[in-house]
Design a protein. Structure first.
Length: 73
């Protein structure tokens, strides 16, 4: 797990939401040379789940596979 944080007044402050239990002890590795931006998960993007009400689409993976398997025009 990579957590982006900013160091201010002696405290590391996360730049986003983190899923850790309160009091969890962590180890911090500092990369001074560059900032690494992790790509968003598909679940964090606005279009995830937009076909939830469609009966003809089971799930995203099945839908994409059906597109790949269909004959091209």
């Amino acid at each position: 797990m990579v957590i982006e944080a900013k160091y201010e007044n002696g405290v590391f402050r996360p730049l986003g939401k983190i899923k850790l239990k309160e009091g969890t002890v962590v180890e911090i590795h500092v990369n001074r040379g560059r900032t690494v931006r992790k790509a968003l998960s598909i679940r964090e993007l606005g279009f995830a789940g937009m076909w939830a009400d469609r009966a003809d689409i089971k799930d995203g993976v099945s839908y994409v596979n059906s597109l790949r398997d269909s004959p091209r025009a």
